[in-house]
Write a protein that binds this ligand. Sequence first.
Ligand code: PEP
Length: 252
Amino acid sequence: MRQYIIAGNWKMNKTVSESVQLASDIVAAVKDVKKTEVVIAPTYLAAAKVADVIKGSNVKLAIQDIHWKDQGAFTGKVSVDMVKEIGADYIIIGHSEQRQYFHETDETVNLKVKKTLAAGIKVIICIGETLEQRETGVLKEVLGLQIKGALAGVSAEDADKNVVLAYEPVWAIGTGKTATDEQAEEVHAYIRSLIKEIYGEKIAEDMRIQYGGSMKGANAAGLLAQKDIDGGLIGGAGLKADTFKAIIDAAE
Ligand code: PEP
C-alpha cells in the first residue's frame, strides 16, 4: 500500500511572516491526519522559520530546488548542505516553471537529484508535457526522456525509498484546467510502466506518483481514487490552510 503524499508548493508567494502564519494554520488543521504524508514548500527565505514552526508536528518540509554544486559563485542559489541543516525532508526538482523560465534541463535535474539523494534527502521530481507536446502525440516520448534523464545513475534502493514523481501536465498548472481522472490515470499508469522497465515490478509498485495541475478539494477525490495516483503536488490551493486541508481530507 502506497501512502498518499500531499505537498503544497508555495512558489514565490508569502512573506516570511505570512509563511509562518500559514505553516501554523496548516499544523493546526492537520493535527489529526494519520494516513496522509503532508508536506509544505515555502520560499528559501521563509524555510528556516517554517522549519521551527512545524517541528514536532506531522507536517514535513520541502525546499523548492537547490543548486547541485556544494558552494561558490552561484548568485541567488542555495546548496544541499544549507537546506539539510534546517531539516529539509524533500527537495522539489525539475518543476516545469524551472524548466520553462530558468533553463532547467534533464541533465541539471539529474545532477540535482543525485546531489539531494547523496545528502540523505528525498526528492520530488516533476515531469510533464506541454499542450503542444500532447497535441502532437509526443507525450510518451517526452515523459520517457524526462524520467530516464532524471533517474540516470539513481540506485534501486534510492528509487525505492527516496523518490517521489510528480506528473504535472504543464497545460494544467495554474490554469484551472485539470486533467480528467481518466486522462491522469492513463499517464500515471504509463509512468509506472516506465519505472517497471527501469527498476522492475517491486519498485514500480512502491514508487509514489503525485498528480499536479489545478488540484483542489472539488476534484481531488476523483483523481486520488485512481489506481496509480498517490497524492498531489498543489500550487494555488496550497496557499490557504482550508483549501489545502480539503485536498488532504480527500486523501484520508
Ligand atoms: C504546481 O505548480 O505544482 C501546481 C500544480 O500548481 P496549481 O495547483 O496552481 O496548478
